[in-house]
Design a protein around this ligand. Sequence first.
Ligand SMILES: Cc1cc2nc3c(=O)[nH]c(=O)nc-3n(C[C@H](O)[C@H](O)[C@H](O)COP(=O)(O)OP(=O)(O)OC[C@H]3O[C@@H](n4cnc5c(N)ncnc54)[C@H](O)[C@@H]3O)c2cc1C
Length: 369
Amino acid sequence: MHAIVIGGGMVGAACADALALNGVRVTVLEPGPVGGGATAAGMGHLVVMDDSPAQLALTSRSLELWEALARDLPAQADYHACGTLWVASDAEELEAVEPKRQAYLAAGRGALLLNAAELAHAEPNLRPGLAGALRVPGDSVVYAPVVAQFLLERAGATVRRGAVTELIEGGVRLASGESLHADLVVVANGIGAAGLLPGLPLRQRKGHLLITERGALKVNHQLVELGYLKSAHGGDEDSVAFNVQPRPTGQLLIGSSRQFERPDREIDWPLLRRMLRRAAEFLPALAQTSALRVWTGQRCATPDHLPLIGPHPDLDGVFLATGHEGLGITTALGTAEVLAAQLFGGFSELLAHDFTPARFGRMLEAVHA
Ligand SMILES: Cc1cc2nc3c(=O)[nH]c(=O)nc-3n(C[C@H](O)[C@H](O)[C@H](O)COP(=O)(O)OP(=O)(O)OC[C@H]3O[C@@H](n4cnc5c(N)ncnc54)[C@H](O)[C@@H]3O)c2cc1C
C-alpha cells in the first residue's frame, strides 16, 4: 500500500510514522522545510487539557505516547518533563480548579494542589501574593521540528519538495503540474487544508511568541495562568494570557496571544505589549529581561476545538488530520493512533470519541432537523 501525506509538520510526520508501522510506503509532500509551519512557530508544550471529554482523552493518551517516544528521541529534541503549574491568582481561582484536578486524576494523570507557600517555593520568581497552583507533573516540553524530522526518518518516508494544488481521483496534483497517485491520501497540511479543501470548518488563529536572551530569570515549570483557559476557548476577540516556558538554553519562551482574522505574519506591537505586561504581572523580573526574537504563527482552529481526524465525507481514499489549533504538538501522536485504528482496525480507546470530519455534517443535520 502506498500513501501520500500532504504536509511535513508534526501531524503529518506522526501520521507517516504510524502508517509506516502498519507496512505502508509513505511519500510526504512538503514545499518548505520539515516542521517549518505551525510546528516551528509553536511552544511545544505537551499539555493535558480538559475542555471536553474528547479533548481530555486525546491529550492524556497523547502524553502517554510522548512518554513512550521520549526514550528514542535525539537529544536535540530537547524533551524535558518539567510539568505544568496552572497558577491561581486568587482563592476563588484556586477553589475552582478542583474539578480540573479530578478530571486529570480520572484520566490517569498526576495533579496536585499547591498552596501559596508551596507555589512560592516551587517558583521563587513568581510575584508574591498568588493563591497557589495546580501542578501537573506529567506534562512536558519538546522542540517539535526535530521530532517531526526524526519521525519521518524512522518511517523511511520519501519527502518530496512540492505543494499540492488539487486532490484528484486516486492522488494529488502538484504546483508543478505533475500528478502523483496513491492508495490513500492524508491531508495533514495544517491551515493549508483550508485552501486545498475550502468547505472544511477551519479558521486561522494567529499567535505571538517571544524568546528571551540566555540567562533570563530561572523558571522550573511551564507556567500558565488559569485564566489561559478563557483565552484559549473564549470568543472571537483578541486575547492574551500568561504562559512561560523554560528552555534548556536558559532562555524563556513567552506566550501567548490569540487572534482570529489575522492571516498575516506581522507583529501586532500593541498586542505584544499587552502579552508581555501580562507575563510581567506574574514574573516581575521579566521587565528587566531582553528579548532575542519575536514571531507569529497560525493555529488551525475548528468550531469545537477538536481536530478533524478521519475520512473526508465526500472524497474516497482521502483522510484528514488537521485542525489541531493550539494543541497539535501535544495531540499529533494521539491523532496518528486514531488514524491508524480507523484505517487498519487496531484498538484505540480514542475511538470512543468522535474526531471525524463528518461530525460537523451531523451537527448541521441536527440543527436543521
Ligand atoms: C503561537 C503558537 C503556539 C503554539 N503552542 C503550542 C504548544 O505549546 N503545544 C502544542 O501542542 N501546540 C502548540 N501550537 C499548535 C501547534 O503548533 C500546531 O497545532 C501544530 O504545529 C500543527 O501541526 P501540523 O503538522 O498540523 O501543521 P504545520 O506544522 O503547519 O504543518 C503543515 C505543513 O504543511 C505544509 N503545507 C501547507 N500547504 C501545503 C500544500 N498545499 N501542499 C503540501 N504541503 C503543504 C506546510 O508547509 C507545513 O509544513 C501552537 C501554535 C502557535 C501558532
